[in-house]
Every structure is written in structure tokens, then in C-alpha cells.
Design a binder for this molecule. Structure first.
Ligand code: ARG
Length: 260
């Protein structure tokens, strides 16, 4: 009887010890959970699909941020106009999607230091050249939904763009004659016309900068993100990442697979 009581006591103590451990372990386990990045993966070379994986420059930048935090990375792919709302709703910690820093967006999220200087261009058929904003005015202009290209059409040209869910579907509409010209960021635009001798792109219509977005009010996370981006810039690693993923996106494009 005595022995049974002691055994019972021992197992009660063991159970209590296990309980006591739990609160200490739970936050630690949480800190090890992968960092969630949100993006829209039809934007080579910044983010595109390679098989089922989302890869590209932005993914590499976010991997480096996650590594600095001692964590892995998971990538979620949503429509471009859901990227910042999802971040604000707490569905991800980092948003990286070739996101241009704008005054409007700055009111809603915090941006890192910029990591690319770029801009938007016109994509047109050589048979019907359209090389500046003024020549695009009044035409049917295809853009990706929610982008600075859409803003440009509304604010600079005073008209409504035709909306598509990716730069590639806007370009497909151009090839089918459903729009007269497309506006997109220069790097995905270059990727689209690769191997398309009948199409060309214009000079920049705007000057824009990409940055990583985080939910407002997290100075520590912002400092870490900035430190990682500045480190990648200073070491020359960012240039390597850009070259490597531009080449990989081009190779996929020639294989007819990118950005569909
Ligand atoms: N830079 C443009 C913007 O911020 C277009 C970005 C589109 N990005 C994407 N992953 N589809 O509006």
C-alpha cells in the first residue's frame, strides 16, 4: 500500500514538473516558428514560381532576415492588392513583393530602407510604338491590379486602367489585341519581352524604390530588417542575388514557364 502511494506521488510530481515546464517552453517554441513572408509571385525576378516553390530576390532577402532572427522562412502567395492588408491583419511578419514605397502606403505600414531603385515602363508592340506617357493617354492600358502602374494611369493620365492579376496576363491581353499597351515595373517587363522580338519597352515613366514592409510599431524588427538589408548591400551580396535570380528568371522565361 505504502509502495503504491509513493509511486502515485512520484507520478504526480512528474506530471506537475511537466506542467511547470510548459509555460517556459511554449514561448521558446513560438520564437522558433518560421518567419512568415507574404508576397505575390508573378513578378520575376523578385518573386516567381519554380515548380511549387516561390523563389526570387525578395525571398532571398527575407531568408537572410529570418536567418538573422534565428528562424526559418515560410512564404505565402496572395493577390497583390491583398499583400499589405494581410500584413496589417497580422497574417505575416514581412511583406516583400517588389513593393514601391509610396506616401499612401507609408501611412499604413512601416518600410525598411530601400533595396532597389527602379520604375515603371510601357510595354508595346513595335508595330504600334508607344514610348511615353503622353502617347499612352486615351489608349486601353493594361496593368496589374493594385500597383503603382494602376496609380500612374489614374493620376497622371486621368483614366481607368484595365486590371489584370499579373503582369503576364496583361501582356497576354496585349498580344491578343485586348489592350493597346501595358504598364509594368521594368524588371518583370524585361522578363516578359524576352524572346518576343515584336515587343519592346519604353524608358522609365517614374522613379520608384522597393522596400520590405512590416506592420507599424515594431522598432526592433524594423532595425533588424534594415541591418540585414544594409549588410547585404555593403557586402555586395545583394548584387549577386539580383544577378543570380535575374538569370534564373530569364532561363525559366525562355522555357515558357515564368509568371503564368
Ligand atoms: N512596384 C509596384 C507596386 O508596388 C508593383 C509591384 C507588384 N509586385 C508583385 N509582386 N506583383 O505597386
Amino acid at each position: 500500500m505504502k509502495k503504491i502511494a509513493l509511486t502515485l506521488l512520484a507520478s504526480l510530481l512528474a506530471a506537475a514538473a511537466a506542467f511547470a515546464d510548459e509555460p517556459a517552453e511554449a514561448p521558446a517554441a513560438d520564437a522558433q516558428a518560421p518567419v512568415r513572408m507574404i508576397t505575390e509571385a508573378t513578378f520575376p525576378p523578385y518573386e516567381f514560381r519554380q515548380g511549387t516553390d516561390v523563389v526570387g530576390i525578395d525571398v532571398e532577402i527575407c531568408k537572410a532576415i529570418a536567418a538573422e532572427l534565428g528562424r526559418g522562412l515560410v512564404v505565402e502567395d496572395v493577390e497583390f492588392d491583398s499583400v499589405l492588408p494581410s500584413l496589417i491583419a497580422g497574417k505575416a511578419e514581412l511583406a516583400a513583393a517588389g513593393i514601391t514605397v509610396t506616401e499612401d502606403r507609408k501611412m499604413k505600414v512601416d518600410f525598411s530602407v530601400p533595396y532597389v531603385r527602379t520604375g515603371i515602363v510601357l510595354v508595346y508592340a513595335k508595330a504600334a510604338p508607344c514610348e511615353d506617357g503622353a502617347s499612352a493617354a486615351g489608349k486601353r492600358i493594361g496593368v496589374q491590379n493594385g500597383t503603382t502602374s494602376a496609380d500612374y494611369v489614374r493620376e497622371q493620365l486621368g483614366q481607368e486602367p484595365e486590371m489584370f492579376d499579373s503582369p503576364a496576363s496583361a501582356f497576354a491581353a496585349l498580344k491578343q489585341g485586348k489592350v493597346d499597351v501595358v504598364i509594368a515595373d521594368i524588371d518583370p517587363a524585361k522578363n516578359l519581352i524576352k524572346g518576343e522580338p515584336d515587343y519592346d519597352i519604353s524608358d522609365f515613366l517614374t522613379v520608384e524604390e522597393y522596400a520590405v514592409a512590416i506592420k507599424k510599431g515594431q522598432p526592433e524588427l524594423l532595425a533588424t530588417v534594415n541591418k540585414v538589408i544594409e549588410g547585404l548591400q555593403d557586402s555586395g551580396r545583394l548584387d549577386e542575388i539580383v544577378d543570380e535570380w535575374t538569370a534564373k528568371a530569364d532561363a525559366l522565361q525562355s522555357a515558357g514557364e515564368a509568371a503564368e
